[in-house]
Design a protein around this ligand. Structure first.
Ligand code: ZN
Length: 309
């Protein structure tokens, strides 16, 4: 299959895993997986997982996973199942053994290998969903996990409910002089910048969202839009759709909306490089699609980032 993505190897869109969806209803097989000492269990607690000193996920056998929580079949690789145990938030935190430590996806996502990054994204996305969608939206009864953790069923009306992904667009706009437009959100410190972004609203296409968000946040108009790629952003449940756009001739000048965005700024390549090198300009961490859009425009990796990297 040809790879048509322009943004390759996005940090949280890696791991060409076999999710083994056809096994999710096979209760006998799922039971055997949980008995099998070769099964690799990933413990997820408060959005974090145990990670080894050399940035690999620290799995445990099922016998060492005696905590309350939702069991999720993540993937099967070479006949071995990878399962997540989404440990209940009420369980007291505990220290990792053998030099392992608890790490969140934002902190460790870029350092993990492809397979582990893919597994952790899945596990965190499902953990967030189970934690925030415990009840039936129709009748309010507490639902129960089904399909190896990939859905929830209402015991009162039998309705099925599936994990959500909320699409959001994120866009790097450049002008005729090949400058890039970045914005600073109201809550960010001076010098922090990122690409403009926003959630897709009901009844809207992704392209319509890009045009609306740019108009709302910066007042500009673009005349060309190219889709570059997407990655899940499970904080808690976004799917980021990345675009490049070109400023239209005759567009109004960029100006911040003054509410969400308090500053918009056009950067030349030279200003971007110098700013990132000196630390006067900080762009999002490597785990984000925002940074990849900036580096896609710049043509190379840039130094520095927000403190969380
Ligand atoms: Zn119900």
């Amino acid at each position: 299959m040809p790879d048509t993505r322009l943004l390759r190897s996005l940090t949280l869109a890696r791991g060409d895993l076999d999710r083994a969806a056809e096994r999710r209803d096979d209760l006998e097989w799922l039971d055997s997986v949980w008995q099998d000492p070769a099964t690799r269990v990933l413990l997820v607690h408060h959005g974090r997982a145990l990670v080894t000193g050399d940035a690999a996920l620290a799995f445990v056998p099922p016998a060492d996973a005696a905590y309350d929580g939702v069991r999720v079949l993540l993937a099967v690789e070479d006949g071995r199942a990878f399962v997540a145990l989404l440990v209940d938030a009420t369980v007291e935190p505990w220290e990792g053994a053998d030099g392992t430590r608890w790490e969140g996806l934002r902190e460790v996502g870029a350092a993990l290998g492809d397979r582990d990054a893919g597994l952790l994204v899945m596990a965190v996305a499902l953990a967030n969903w189970h934690a925030t969608h415990p009840r039936c939206p129709r009748c309010g009864v507490v639902t129960v996990p089904a399909q190896a953790g990939w859905s929830r069923t209402c015991p009162a009306d039998s309705s099925q409910h599936f994990p959500r992904s909320d699409p959001a667009v994120i866009v790097l706009v450049s002008d005729d002089a090949d400058r890039a437009l970045l914005g600073r959100r109201a809550e960010w410190p001076e010098g922090w910048y990122s690409t403009l972004a926003g959630f897709v609203e009901a009844g809207e296409s992704a392209e319509m969202t890009v045009l609306r968000e740019l108009a709302e946040e910066s007042g500009i108009v673009v005349d060309r839009l190219d889709y570059l790629g997407s990655q899940p952003w499970p904080f808690p449940s976004s799917l980021m759709l990345g675009y490049r756009a070109r400023l239209a001739a005759g567009s109004p000048e960029a100006r911040p909306d003054g509410v969400e965005i308090t500053e918009v700024r056009w950067f030349t390549r030279e200003e971007m490089r110098a700013g990132c090198e000196s630390g006067a300009v900080r762009i999002p961490p490597r785990v984000s699609i925002a940074r990849r859009l900036v580096e896609h425009w710049y043509g190379a990796e840039l130094p520095g980032s927000w403190p969380r990297s």
